[in-house]
Write a protein that binds this ligand. Structure first.
Ligand code: G4P
Length: 528
């Protein structure tokens, strides 16, 4: 039995989050340099080179005009088996991005040293905080002129509300970038741009090495000595427990493009994070080492291969071992079933996965029975994971079909696409289904909706953008929303389950609603 436990304990599953252009892709590529086999999206045993597959896959999606979906890359390093969940940024940003974080056990936050914390990072970060998972920060692009390092840390602390512990400390930046000081070993690692090769000849210096005057220059050296003194005096103490609970983020400075500081980062990252975490179900906590298999669906992707009109459900394995053809229990469907075609998805090709362990992601063919948040588990030990939150959409549009004869297709299309989680649909109170209000996390999803309704359901639509930016679920179930005293630009709506919600154009009108309605409780996230 110990071998499957070994497999699980050597797994690390993390997401990389960053604002677009901070260097997430570059850092991921460099991390992959240190690994062996690379797999993509639900794969466990891949043979191809990922870079090619990844870009192919994205190209296909781009051509189809739909968002680039989060993919999973797997590689092995020093006995570890590492799953990286990639989260798309840019306009590709969608609810999928948030959900991907639900499948991760920790997150790496990449920050551009010249910019500090940026908007997209804040949103993703909030989800990590909600889950109390460890967040490790990589401050990138130190080979370019960066902000003052103390200011960068303060920025993280103030904007994100998490304490910081610099694991290393940069000496200069841009043309003056000389390297980093490792606070643990008390050695200086001199910067050498090696243009992305894996093997870097390490040049290390002790603090009292006489050569340092020459390597750093007297002026930089004096500055640097002052800075580390300041750090030791003023900074937070290192506290592994606080890191594991997501209250303290260890910070690394480096330069992904020149592959400087990436391997030390990877090595320490593996020490700072844990093997797959315990997951909560409605009734108990699931130990990842348990022999009983369990997993939950965090993403559903339809029509990955248009010729086959199929859907793939992506599952995060939470406990035990998965074997091909094993019988499992689908909790929400209340049915035993076989996951007979667990897949590895590489561009358009798939390979069957033979086995996978807690921490891994598999993609299975979905004949339309899975929903996001569903549990699949061993029939001997039934559990049900808590639902995945529905994240607050930030863009809204009123959508109706052009041709009223296509009512059925319109309802089917919007409902199916909503079920996959690409969009959320709402209705005006007392309205019929021929017109819906669509909410999305990233605006690209509107194009996806239009494209898919036209191409897959043969329905042309009229879409009218709405000015709302904030949505809140009304917690008070018994409350009739019509009785609420609201600002004139606030809209009352309901979701498909009949839950009541409010749409606001500003924070001001949220406060207005709360001020004018005693006892009203609003929530930013819903649950599936
Ligand atoms: P993203 O996935 O977070 O969006 O960022 P990505 O890695 O694509 O990096 C964005 C840009 O920043 C790229 O340049 C990349 O080469 C550059 N970059 C990443 N890490 C570093 C670093 O450590 N130092 C410096 N100086 N640049 C870095 P680009 O011009 O947009 O693309 P490319 O033409 O170089 O591919």
């Amino acid at each position: 039995m110990s071998s499957y436990k070994d497999e699980i304990s050597r797994r690390r599953t993390f997401a990389i989050i960053s604002h677009p252009d901070a260097g997430k892709t570059t850092l991921t590529e460099k991390l992959l340099l240190y690994g062996g086999a690379i797999n993509l999206a639900g794969s466990v045993k891949g043979k191809r080179t990922a870079r090619h597959a990844v870009s192919d896959w994205m190209e296909i999606e781009k051509q189809r005009g739909i968002s680039v979906t989060s993919s999973v890359l797997q590689f092995k390093y020093n006995g570890y088996c590492i799953n990286i969940l990639d989260t798309p940024g840019h306009e590709d940003f969608s609810e999928d991005t948030y959900r991907t974080l639900m499948a991760a056990d920790s997150a790496v936050m990449v920050i551009d040293g010249s910019k500090g914390v940026e908007k997209q990072t804040i949103k993703l970060f909030k989800v990590c905080v909600m889950r109390h998972i460890p967040i490790i920060t990589f401050i990138n692009k130190m080979d370019r002129d960066a902000k003052n390092s103390f200011d960068l840390l303060e920025d993280i602390e103030n904007v994100l509300g998490i304490n910081t512990y610099p694991v290393n400390w940069p000496i200069g930046s841009g043309k003056e970038f000389k390297g980093v000081f490792d606070r643990n070993t008390e050695k200086i690692l001199a910067f050498t741009a090696n243009n992305g090769q894996k093997e870097v000849e390490k040049q290390e210096y002790a603090l009292d090495d006489p050569a340092l005057d020459e390597v750093l220059g007297q002026y930089l050296r004096a500055d640097f000595m002052d800075e580390i003194e300041l750090l030791d005096g003023a900074g937070d103490e290192f506290d592994l427990e606080a890191v594991r609970e997501g209250r303290l983020t260890p910070v690394f400075f480096g330069s992904a493009l020149t592959n400087f500081g990436v391997e030390p980062f990877l090595e320490q990252f593996l020490q700072l994070t844990t093997s797959p975490l315990t997951r909560e179900t409605v009734s108990e906590k699931v130990d990842p080492m348990s022999e009983d298999f369990s997993a939950f669906v965090f993403k559903i992707q339809a029509n990955m291969n248009k010729a086959h009109r199929d859907r793939v459900a992506f599952m995060r394995i939470c406990s035990g071992k998965f074997e091909k053809n094993m019988e499992v229990f689908h909790v929400q469907g209340n049915k035993k079933m076989r996951l007979s075609q667990p897949q590895q998805i590489m561009a358009q090709e798939r390979e069957i996965v033979d086995e996978a362990y807690a921490g891994d992601i598999i993609g299975v063919f979905d004949p339309g029975i899975f929903s996001i948040g569903d549990t699949i588990c061993s029939a001997n030990h039934k559990v049900q994971f808590k639902g995945i939150p529905t994240f607050a959409p930030e863009h809204f549009a009123r959508v109706r079909q052009k041709d009223t004869m296509k009512r059925k297709q319109f309802i089917k299309g919007t409902n199916q696409i909503a079920q996959e989680g690409a969009i959320q649909i709402f209705q005006e109170l007392d309205a019929g289904m021929e017109e819906v209000i669509v909410g999305v996390v990233g605006v690209l999803q509107f194009d996806v909706l239009k494209y898919r309704l036209e191409n897959e359901y043969n329905v042309d639509i009229i879409m009218e953008n709405l000015p709302y930016e904030y949505i809140r679920w009304i917690v008070n179930e018994e409350l009739d929303p019509k009785t609420l005293d609201l600002a004139s630009d606030t809209k009352r709506i309901q979701d498909l389950k009949g839950n009541h919600l409010l749409l606001f154009t500003s924070y001001w009108s949220i406060d207005w609603a709360l001020d004018h309605n005693k006892g009203l409780e609003l929530r930013e996230f819903g649950t599936n």
